[in-house]
Design a protein around this ligand. Sequence first.
Ligand code: PEP
Length: 251
Amino acid sequence: MTRIPLVAGNWKMNGRRAMAAQLAAEVAAGAPAGVEVLLCPPLVYLDTVAAAAKGSPVCFAGQNVAATSDGAFTGEVSAEMLVDAGCQYVLVGHSERRTLFAEDNAQVADKFCRALEAGLRPVLCIGETLAEREAGRTEQVVNAQLEAVFSRITAAQLVGAVIAYEPVWAIGTGMTASPDQAQAVHAHIRARLSGAFGAELAESLRLLYGGSVKADNAASLFAGADIDGGLIGGASLDAETFLAICQAATA
Ligand code: PEP
C-alpha cells in the first residue's frame, strides 16, 4: 500500500509572531509535492501561521490538547477549539509532555480519544528513554504506550491517525537512532497495529520517526520500509532545513 509521507514541524515554545509568519510563508511557498507538510506552531500564533500559509496545502496541528471537553479548566485548550482554529491534527503524548508535565499513558489515551471525538487526527508520540533501551525494554515500553490507546478505540476510529516513534534519548540531543534501530521499532509498531486491528489498517497508517532529524540524515532514516516521514523539532525552525527534510521524504 502506498502511504503519502508526512513531515511535521514541531516549533515547541519558540519564536515570535513575525518569525512565525515568515517561517510559515517560506514553508508554504517551498513545500514540495508528494509529501504532506504539517506545522505545529505555538497556539497563540496559529491564526498568523494559517494566514501566512493560506492557499497552500500545508496543514496545522496543536502541540497538545486538553483531556476534557470545554469547561472550567483554566489554561487548557479543547480539541474543538483546535478544530475551530484550523487544525486538522494534534500531537498527543509528546515526550516533553510526558516528562515535564507528568502525562501518563492513561492521560495520553484520554487526549487521543478527545481528539478523535472532535474530528482531529491525533499524532500519538511514543518512545523509550535511554535507560529503558539499554535495559532491553524498548518494545515493552512502546507496547504499553500503544496498548493504553489501542484498548480504548476501534479500528475505524484509528483511520487517519498517525504514530510518531520518538526515542526520548534522541529528542533535542543531536543523538539519532540509526536507520536500522528506527526501522526495527517501526516494524514492531506496525506488527502490533496489525495484531490489534488487522493488516489492512496497519498498512494504511503513517508511522513517523522523530529525534534529531536533520537535512543530512533524513533521507537515510526515511528510507526505512516502515518509516513514513518525520516529526521534526529543532530543524523545523529554519525553513530551508525543514524544506530539505520534506524533500527527503518524497524520495
Ligand atoms: C520533537 O520535538 O518531536 C523532536 C523530534 O525534536 P528534535 O527534532 O529537536 O530532536
